[in-house]
Design a protein around this ligand. Structure first.
Ligand SMILES: Nc1ncnc2c1ncn2[C@@H]1O[C@H](COP(=O)(O)OP(=O)(O)O)[C@@H](O)[C@H]1O
Ligand SMILES: *[C@@H]1O[C@H](CO)[C@@H](O)[C@H](O)[C@H]1NC(C)=O
Ligand SMILES: *[C@@H]1O[C@H](CO)[C@@H](O)[C@H](O)[C@H]1NC(C)=O
Ligand SMILES: *[C@@H]1O[C@H](CO)[C@@H](O)[C@H](O)[C@H]1NC(C)=O
Ligand SMILES: *[C@@H]1O[C@H](CO)[C@@H](O)[C@H](O)[C@H]1NC(C)=O
Length: 899
């Protein structure tokens, strides 16, 4: 383009251009800005821009070297055409070309992502390039005021892509057409000035709720039109200049425009009564109302406000003061039809009987109103009923909608009511038989339909359409609700029935294989299954009814039975205290020993309940010889109890750390390895359940219980989580016990089965050393067992120092070899999560250290059954998951060892 042009340039210009070009190319390498600036230099030659560095040219600024950020040529008396490639200045933020005599095409302002401010005021541009003002994503300020040589153009709706735009000025810029409805996309928009153009149409809907403060649309040639109600919804307005247009209708309630100070409404076609809210605006200083056809009382503004009411308005009195009652009523009627301009123009003064068009009086009272064929919009006002002498009311051949107000039946003198050829709907109230009612030409008359008023604006004084339609809606809602309740009820019944069946099967298994509590099924529906199907139970039938209620898949044991079994929860029966309550020892009438965990009433909160539920859910679905089994539970109002098989030798905690107090011999190494293996098998089972796996999350010696054979079972499943996949992690709130928390779990809350492996490693260390995972009685650096233990893993000799002192006598070659292996395993289990072994590996290692392991025959048969049940349990469980995970942080506080 450049090359094509400079053939025709005078030689001086060619030289200048070439030198600038060369310097641009040589000094600045490939910088595009150099070329553009050279072209601009040529176009604005009078500035005498020379020199290699355009960043130093007068009026040019660069934020970064060689990238023009600002061009300021304001008031330089420049003329001529601007180079079209100006939009290649990719870093340009400010372009100030105002007050010159530029002509030709406007600069092609498009896709300049940095451009923030553009001022083209007071120039003589003559054409608009395509895409002008599109893709200016940073634009904040734009002015093109006083460019009257432009061809007629419309405000481009592409400026909605400039979300930061606050100001758009284009007065005297030859704009035509409508103002685009784009202001909802411009959250920062504040100033719009489009005065002295030829804009037409209504103010766009998106003005409502916009942040526009300054609105100047005055002096359009043909004139903007339509109502101005929208001003009442523009709560940021400060100045409104819409004078000299064709706006019509009345001033709406402006009480929300509390910032408004300057309101120029003169020379429009505005009508209606000036609302009181206008006179009460707190910041108002300037109001121009002249040149309209306002009606009603003269508004009385507080002193200090500059008001121009003019002489053209049709106020009822020359000065402030109310209109006569009849005029007031007629104005209310006008209001119900949006104050049509014909009425405003025809009704002047304070006496309706003084030659007012459309009304006929007798003895000073209106007796006939003839609004026929006026194209009036709106509805039928209730205020007609306030004209007691009214005999004839002609509303035919208009565009009225809505209903006939009931109050019209109170007009004693009424003889004719003609509403034909409108769009009146709803029930026709019962008029006296003497009234001639003409309703033809209203397709919805007698029918209850929702009414749509023009522009969605229901005028004042019209009656709401019959509520029957909304009544019908209510009926519908109620019917739907009833249906939902019925469906929910049915679903519940099916659920109950389904689980009853499941329970039946499951229960049979328990009674057969564990000879524990026996149950009979009694249901809420009056049927009861005889207990004889459980006749392997050792329980006598007379006792059966005490125990056998069944609900939602779990075994319920009555509170009375548990009271009896635990000697009314006597202190002597206490086995231990857990996070959620006290554990009691008990004995059922058949001699079965049980452990009863009684939730403390203070713990009966959501988290406590969900842990309670979780424990029931897990224990009824997982069963393994190394997991403590649940006999049943009791959920009796505030009493929440879990009933377990009794583990006569208490917890591993007691055997490792409190054996002296308990008066039991310390555990031998062989016992310890066996216990570790039992625990590993229990946890391995949890981890490898069917397709899904469970994570215990709270493995520790107090949750490992010992039977009379000194074999161990894992208990306390309140925190068990279902893992979606063995290798996948998922986030939960932290729960567990300090000292056993895997570091990655404590840090991120991400829980995998490896969390249990870590805790198991800690338990192994405790088994080896006889030391608690956290011992606050020791100095800080050795109080944390995992940290303290690690150095002893450096060699077999080292480890001897860490071994539980009570074991030392027990150690020979063979046991020491075994101990070393366990110590190494403990080390592996407490490494980084990805280096920790699986529980199955742990089981393999430990079982190699125990010769006389006998696999349990019943395990596999269980697994199949459980796998099936599990999916059902999980389904239920998922529903509870959110609530159960909230146990979390509070739980940990309770489990925290005392400081
Ligand atoms: N089934 C049981 N048989 C014997 N003793 C039990 C049984 N369950 C719990 N205990 C005793 O009660 C204590 C607390 O149990 P639990 O509520 O599981 O503890 P926590 O909530 O702290 O994990 C255990 O450490 C143990 O001594
Ligand atoms: C409009 O711009 C012209 C230059 O194009 C200038 O002479 C004139 O004074 C400006 N008018 C107003 C009202 O600013
Ligand atoms: C204003 O615009 C209308 C079209 O909207 C056009 O007919 C009319 O001629 C324009 N008036 C002037 C003075 O440009
Ligand atoms: C009512 O006004 C219309 C139009 O102004 C006229 O045609 C009609 O005759 C009038 N009706 C009566 C009853 O005066
Ligand atoms: C008449 O009113 C009904 C109900 O308000 C509306 O659905 C229908 O569109 C209107 N018809 C006309 C021609 O305005």
């Amino acid at each position: 383009m450049l090359r094509g042009r400079h053939k025709f340039l005078p030689s001086d210009d060619v030289l200048l251009l070439l030198s600038t070009l060369l310097t641009a190319i040589i000094c600045r390498g490939s910088s595009d800005d150099g070329l553009v600036m050279a072209a601009l230099a040529k176009a604005t030659n009078p500035l005498g821009w020379t020199g290699p560095d355009f960043c130093k040219w007068d009026g040019v600024a660069c934020d970064t070297p060689n990238k023009v950020s600002s061009i300021n040529l304001a008031s330089k008396s420049l003329s001529g055409k601007l180079p079209p490639e100006l939009n290649q200045l990719s870093s340009l933020k400010t372009l100030s070309l105002q007050r010159n005599k530029f002509s030709g095409p406007l600069p092609a302002l498009s896709n300049m992502a940095s451009l923030q401010e553009v001022n083209l005021e007071d120039n003589g541009f003559t054409s608009i390039p395509p895409g002008f003002l599109s893709g200016l994503t940073s634009l904040q300020f734009f002015s093109i005021n006083n460019n009257s040589n432009l061809p007629p153009w419309t405000m481009p709706s592409t400026i909605k892509d400039s979300p930061s735009l606050a100001t758009f000025y284009a007065s005297k810029a030859n704009m035509v057409g409508e103002i685009p409805d784009i202001f909802r996309s411009l959250p920062n928009f504040a100033n719009l000035k489009l005065s002295y153009n030829n804009l037409t149409g209504w103010m766009p809907w998106s003005f409502a709720k916009s942040g526009i403060q300054s609105l100047m649309l005055n002096n359009q040639m043909l004139g903007l039109s339509g109502p101005i109600d929208i001003l009442g919804e523009m709560h940021s307005l400060r100045e409104v200049w819409i004078q000299s247009n064709q706006f019509s209708g009345s001033i709406s309630d402006l009480s929300a425009c509390t910032e408004l100070s300057d309101l120029q409404l003169r020379d429009n076609r505005l009508t209606g009564v000036i609302p009181d809210s206008l006179t009460k605006l707190p910041k108002l200083t300037n109001v121009a109302l002249q040149g309209n056809v306002f009606q009603g009382p003269v508004p009385s503004f507080p002193p200090g406000i500059q008001v121009n009411l003019g002489k053209e308005n049709h106020f009822c009195n020359p000065g402030p003061g109310p209109c006569s009652p009849q005029v007031t009523v007629l104005l209310e009627i006008a209001a119900s039809m949006y104050y049509p301009i014909v009425l405003a123009e025809a009704w002047e003064g304070n006496d309706a009987c003084q030659e007012w068009q459309f009304v006929t009086c007798e003895k000073g009272s209106v007796v006939v109103i003839n609004f026929s064929k006026q194209n009036f919009m709106g509805g039928i006002s209730r205020s007609y009923a306030s004209l007691p002498s009214l005999r004839s009311l002609y509303l035919n051949d208009n565009k009225l909608v809505g209903v006939i107000p009931k109050s019209l039946t109170s007009l004693k003198q009424l003889q004719i009511l003609d509403i034909s050829n409108n769009n009146i709907s709803g029930k026709v109230p019962s008029f006296q038989s003497t009234v001639i009612l003409k309703t033809d030409g209203n397709p919805f008359i007698g029918k209850v339909v929702p009414v749509t008023y023009p522009g969605g604006r229901r005028p004042p004084g019209v009656e709401l359409e019959e509520t029957e339609s909304s009544l019908a809606k209510w009926v519908k809602v109620v019917v739907i609700l009833i249906c939902l309740v019925i469906i929910a009820g049915l679903a519940w019944l099916i659920y109950r029935w389904f689980y009853k069946k499941q329970k039946h099967r499951w229960f049979k298994k328990i009674s057969e294989e564990h000879s524990t509590i026996s149950m009979e099924q009694t249901t809420d529906y009056g049927k009861s299954t005889n207990v004889s199907s459980f006749n392997q139970s050792p329980m006598k039938s007379s006792e059966i009814s005490d125990y056998n209620i069944y609900d939602g898949g779990n075994v319920i044991i009555p509170i009375e039975a548990l009271r009896k079994a635990t000697n009314n929860f006597s202190k002597n029966s206490i086995l231990g205290k857990g996070g959620f309550g006290i554990v009691y020892k008990g004995e059922l009438p058949d001699g079965t020993k049980i452990a009863v965990k009684r939730m403390e009433s203070s713990m009966i909160s959501d988290k406590g309940l969900s842990e309670f539920k979780a424990e029931i859910e897990v224990l009824t679905s997982v069963r393994h010889r190394n997991l403590v089994s649940l006999h049943g539970f009791c959920n009796n109002g505030s009493e929440k109890l879990l009933v377990y098989e009794y583990m006569p030798q208490g917890s591993l905690c007691q055997h490792l750390f409190e054996w002296k107090e308990m008066g039991t011999p310390p555990l031998t190494w062989n016992q310890r390895v066996n216990i570790a293996l039992d625990v590993a098998r229990g946890v391995e089972y949890l981890h490898s359940m069917a397709n899904q796996s469970f994570i215990h999350r709270d493995l520790k010696p107090s949750n490992i219980l010992i039977g009379d054979d000194m074999r161990a079972k894992v208990c306390d499943f309140g925190l068990v989580k279902q893992a979606p996949d063995t290798n996948q992690s998922f986030e939960t709130r932290l729960a567990g016990t300090f000292g056993y928390l895997a570091p990655e779990y404590a840090a991120t809350g991400k829980v995998t089965v490896k969390v249990d492996v870590y805790a198991f490693g800690v338990v192994l260390m405790e088994i080896i050393t006889g030391r608690k995972s956290l011992d606050s009685s020791l100095p800080d650096d050795s109080s944390h067992l995992v940290k303290w233990f690690r150095p002893f893993l450096q060699g077999k000799d080292k480890i001897k120092e860490a071994v539980d002192p009570v074991l030392r006598s027990d150690l020979n070659e063979e046991t020491f070899e075994s101990l070393w292996k366990v110590a190494e395993l403990a080390g592996h289990c407490t490494r980084e999560a990805n280096q920790r072994p699986d529980m199955s590996h742990v089981v393999t290692v430990l079982s190699s250290l125990v010769e006389q392991w006998k696999p349990a025959a019943d395990e596999d048969s269980f697994r199949v059954d459980i796998g099936m049940r599990l999916s059902q349990v999980l389904q239920k469980w998922k529903l509870n998951e959110d609530s159960s995970s909230t146990i979390a942080t509070d739980y940990i506080k309770q489990k925290q060892p005392p400081q």
